[in-house]
Design a protein around this ligand. Sequence first.
Ligand SMILES: *Cc1c(COP(=O)(O)O)cnc(C)c1O
Length: 392
Amino acid sequence: MHHDSQLDLDKSFLSHSPGYWSGEGITEKEWNSHKWQLRNRITSLSQLEKHLNLHEDERNGVILSGTKLSMSITPHFFNLIDRNDPNCPIRRQLIPRIDETIISPYEMSDPCGEDSHMPVPGLVHRYPDRVLFLVTDRCASYCRYCTRSRVVSGAGDQTLSTEFEAAFDYLEKHTEVRDVLLSGGDPLLLSDSKLEKFLSRLRSIEHIEFIRIGTRIPIFMPQRVTDDLCQMLQKYHPLFMSVHINHPRELTLEVKEGLERLANHGVPLGNQSVLLRGVNDDADVMKVLVHKMLMCRVRPYYLYQLDLIQGSSHLQVPVAKGLEIMESLRGHTTGYSVPQYVIDAPGGGGKVPINPDYIVQRNSERVIIRNFEGKTFEYPEPAVQPDPLLDY
Ligand SMILES: *Cc1c(COP(=O)(O)O)cnc(C)c1O
């Protein structure tokens, strides 16, 4: 499905300054400004057709996207599209397809059952000690397979109406919440000062130990990762960031520099990829991707099976393929580069780890295991002796 020479190219950290926009009189200063990047996003069919020959399925998809999930692509990210490759992995993630109107019976508008786990609008409390706080309904660009497309971008029929004061009240009262994950939409779309108000308010709550920001902006628009932003974030440690990278080509030189800037300010970086057909459903692509992440000081965290969001069938990958990819990583390469493959259980069960089976057989006396090479080994369960220094 991929050409080896293209994959070789995707292994390097290429710089992607103006590209498609060269010849349009864009200055370096404009290009490097995230405000310019936001103002000049590709949002219409005519802008898109100026640069790309669209397939009929894409053109029809763009026309229909206005009533479902808006199309929006930052110039930085648009530059990564290979205009001669109709199956370009960047294109598949961001350009709508008519297939999005095909709704399978098992697909849902809220596949993770979030709306039924909101004690306060905009605050999802599904796990005992942590919450998901939806702070905005907008992103810099829209992933076509968005799990929250029912409320994100403003095009669909539901709206996100986070009740901020009620949410902070809830967090103050619920002393069991020690971990808050800011998401949306993309929290880095907020200004530094707005974001700082959230972070300082969270830090004023004593039982909140750990803060995370879930964002794709360092990938869609690395210009947003300024020194000012990093200096502000480092006042609120321990603060982690989860980014979203699906294909090695997304790790450009500019993205790498932004990620390094965050890491230099003490922000540990994790990545959440989504397994997508024609994007990263390939062991070689995935290996290059996770290796490049480590070079950017990003630890692969989760590999998600694509949620059963309405209109996603053209991007779905069988679980068997996901397991095969996981097997191709574990043991064959650096343990730090191996994410946990998960399915977010349909209907609101939360994330469930999905692993290839390495236990061949197990009883109270022994475990038969197999290693990454397929060789089997026996681990005899040691007989537990009473320990006079322990109570058991
Ligand atoms: C993913 C998720 C979290 C965070 O889960 P971790 O496994 O700690 O990364 C928290 N709340 C909700 C609702 C989530 O979907």
